[in-house]
Design a protein around this ligand. Structure first.
Ligand SMILES: Nc1ncnc2c1ncn2[C@@H]1O[C@H](COP(=O)(O)OP(=O)(O)O)[C@@H](O)[C@H]1O
Ligand SMILES: [Mg+2]
Length: 470
């Protein structure tokens, strides 16, 4: 069927329904025309048959009573019973002359339009004559000729078709109007759907659609409402994350300021006091100068250690340059150094790490860093283990095995039944893992303590979706 580039759906469907109805109407009218023609032919055939038989009888009668054939043929006698408007019957003798012709009067119908007349004439051949032989003693003496005036037949057909056209002219616009109104009513909810979408576009995520009668529209409504809800939740989560990010930034600054004040301020004050005392001692030729210089050196050493720790936290090692293995080992060594024997940090690595994509390695480092920091900060544990394994796994869909990475951080902290409230750290880890197509669990271990377990498919991570920059 034809298409309208940007037209209204109701208008388009209405036009199609009207067009299909018009075709049906035309087909029905054509059927009636053919049917009328068929019955007219049958009638003419019957009239021709009757005429020929009657003429045969008339001819026979004239022969038997051996009178001159003055009253043969007598078509008026036959016409009385079978005549109709436009019908012509004639008798043609064996030499081909028409001896008598009788025609019915014109019907008085209005003439058909020219185009219709031409079409009808071409389709039905309305003027053709029907011939029946008139015989006597086995020999043909003439023939009965019956026909109907083509103009009469055409105008009769036009009368029938004209009626159909009037019905069509009234029914089709009416049908169009009804179809349009029904469609407009059925599609009214689309306006609501559009309004809802526009509200979503304008950031109003509270937009919800009401129930609709039509099942198709109800399905759209369910999807719409679900989408709006998920979008709202995602937006709320994003806002919460941003809020926490800002809070964390402030925390970090406060922490740095405190560290600078507590560690550096006090140490510098102590160094200054020691330096002043050493100066005084040196001026008086005292013997404590050496011990005071040692004190200054020790304090400067402590400050350097603190500074290294702070810098390490602020800017982690470049994993690209060091490699993941060395970076993780450095991380654990750093914690062992800082904890001064209060907790022990162990690391176990297995598998090949060299060919892991850079972003994946950076994300793994960040996850391990946060998990170990958590264990050190919250668990109160004496042992903290970091296990990272790269291993091959069988896949159902493909013949070649793929790889996955498992990262576990276990601690032996005391059992804690308090429900865990995710902070920025856990949330950030989950985001990273989700972006890498992996899974994260954080549970209580078999012997108390906590176990954080992360599994990431390495092949997925090759086509890294992770926009999560390290
Ligand atoms: N290894 C752990 N042992 C005990 N509690 C933990 C551990 N890791 C995390 N938690 C709990 O989970 C909470 C959320 O951690 P996190 O999201 O990293 O936030 P934050 O470390 O900033 O408090 C912590 O406040 C802590 O109560
Ligand atoms: Mg944390």
């Amino acid at each position: 069927m034809w298409t309208f580039p940007k037209s209204d759906l109701k208008y388009r469907l209405t036009l199609r329904v009207v067009a299909v109805s018009a075709v049906c109407f035309a087909a029905i009218s054509a059927y009636f025309l053919f049917d009328a023609d068929r019955s007219m032919r049958a009638r003419i055939d019957t009239v021709a048959e009757i005429t020929a038989r009657t003429l045969q009888l008339q001819h026979g009668k004239t022969q038997w009573i051996s009178q001159p054939r003055t009253d043969f043929p007598d078509l008026q006698d036959i016409a009385g019973s079978v005549m109709m408007p436009g019908l012509c019957m004639a008798y043609r003798d064996s030499s081909g002359d028409i001896l008598q012709r009788v025609c019915g009067g014109p019907p008085g119908d209005e003439a058909a339009p020219y185009l219709f007349a031409v079409l009808y004439r071409n389709l039905f051949d309305p003027g053709r004559e029907v011939l029946r032989p008139v015989q006597f003693r086995g020999a043909q003496v003439g023939e009965a000729v019956v026909s109907v005036d083509p103009a009469t037949l055409t105008s009769q057909a036009w009368r029938g078709a004209g009626r159909a056209m009037i019905v069509l002219a009234i029914a089709l616009p009416l049908l169009g109007g009804l179809v349009y109104a029904a469609l407009a009513r059925a599609l009214r909810p689309t306006r609501l759907i559009r309004a809802g979408l526009e509200r979503i576009v304008a950031d109003d995520l509270s937009a919800r659609l009401p129930r609709f009668d039509l099942a198709e529209l109800s399905a759209i409504r369910d999807v719409f409402n679900h989408l709006a809800e998920s979008l709202g939740m995602a937006l709320a989560e994003r806002n919460e994350l941003t809020r926490r990010l800002i809070a964390l930034q402030d925390d970090e600054r406060r922490h740095l300021a405190r560290e600078l004040h507590d560690e550096f301020g006090q140490s510098l004050a102590a160094i200054r006091a020691l330096a002043a005392s050493a100066r005084q001692g040196a001026a008086q030729g005292g013997s404590d100068v050496l011990a005071e210089c040692d004190g200054i050196a020790r304090m400067a050493g402590d400050m350097m250690e603190t500074l290294r720790g702070a810098l390490f936290r602020l800017r982690p090692p470049d994993i690209d340059e060091l490699g993941l293995v060395a970076s993780l080992e450095g991380l654990v060594a750093g914690w062992n150094g800082r904890s001064r024997g209060q907790s022990r940090f162990d690391i176990k690595l297995s598998g090949t790490f060299e060919d892991l994509p850079a972003e994946l390695a950076a994300n793994l480092y960040r996850i391990a860093q946060e998990a170990i920091t958590n264990a050190a900060k919250h668990a109160g544990a004496s042992r903290i283990n970091l296990d990272v394994a790269v291993r091959e796994v069988e896949t159902v869909h493909s013949d070649c095995p793929s790889r996955e990475i498992e990262l576990m951080v276990e601690d032996d902290g005391p059992q804690n039944d308090r429900p865990i409230k995710s902070g920025m750290g856990l949330l950030g880890m989950r985001e990273r893992v989700a972006a890498l197509g992996g899974a994260l669990t954080f549970e209580t271990g078999p012997g108390g303590g906590s176990v954080l377990r992360v599994v990431i498919p390495a092949e997925d991570a090759h086509g890294l979706k992770a926009e999560v920059a390290a």
